[in-house]
Design a binder for this molecule. Sequence first.
Ligand SMILES: C[S@@+](CC[C@H](N)C(=O)[O-])C[C@H]1O[C@@H](n2cnc3c(N)ncnc32)[C@H](O)[C@@H]1O
Length: 282
Amino acid sequence: MNVSDFEFISDLLKKRSGLALTKEKAYLMESRLNPVARKWSFAGFDELVKAIRAGSNEELLVDVTEAMTTNESFFFRDQKPFDQFRDLVLPHMLEHRAGAKTIRIWSAACSSGQEPYTLAMLLKENSAKLAGWRIEIIATDLSKEILTKAEAGLYSQFEVQRGLPISLLVKYFKQVGERWQISEEIRHMVKFKSFNLLGSPAALGKFDIVFCRNVLIYFDPPTKGQVLAGMADLMPNDGFLYLGGAETVLGTTDRFQLMQGQRGVYQLSTSAMAANPVKAVG
Ligand SMILES: C[S@@+](CC[C@H](N)C(=O)[O-])C[C@H]1O[C@@H](n2cnc3c(N)ncnc32)[C@H](O)[C@@H]1O
């Protein structure tokens, strides 16, 4: 791969998905795009780039963009955020939304669905407290291919062995051939939609809780700042934002601040809550 091709594809990816690739990741570009080249019957990576430079069709550009996304995800990823959700965020919402009895949650880069389905299972486990409530989980991703997998809710043995307690596997999944499918009841709790985080999220509506985990890590600071500002605009003063374990708002936006003593959970900086944070239950 020559430098010019690397820079050309990097620019394209940055514009289409926000992915910021450094030169050390050139090997990744080639290894992920070679299968796309084969699928489109190009002799190899160089031919693929030549076709894109010549003015290629949208379908090929979608394939190239999606091939470069990292879709790694698992149930109850990092565990702690979901404990916080159950013990701190949910009790807060139950108290402060008691009038409207509505909570809207956005899983903003949901990949193959483990994150929104984890939330759906947690809510189902707490359904006694939520009788009469309307809880919406909107799960979005850039990749249409991964959304198809998410909607099907079918997981390999390996995927259900990562993070999912056996009791929940038994309760909410059924075996389909060699795979496991999450129950229709849980699937119906999640609405999947295609959405690019580089776009304006206003059309998705307002959200009380946003999970935007393990995606901003691939963006540069200005792009992260822009995505986070868009999310801040969609949240009420007492909203909650979850980021991944390796992610931070530091140096990207001052719209959010870390919740005191709670790793990975953020609140709006302007909120009275930030000065007077919610206390964990238990
Ligand atoms: C590593 S996964 C994270 C999944 C889940 N949030 C978690 O923490 O397990 C990152 C996801 O972000 C998606 N993604 C990457 N760029 C995106 C963009 N610009 N807009 C929306 N989704 C994007 C990818 O398709 C991928 O499914």
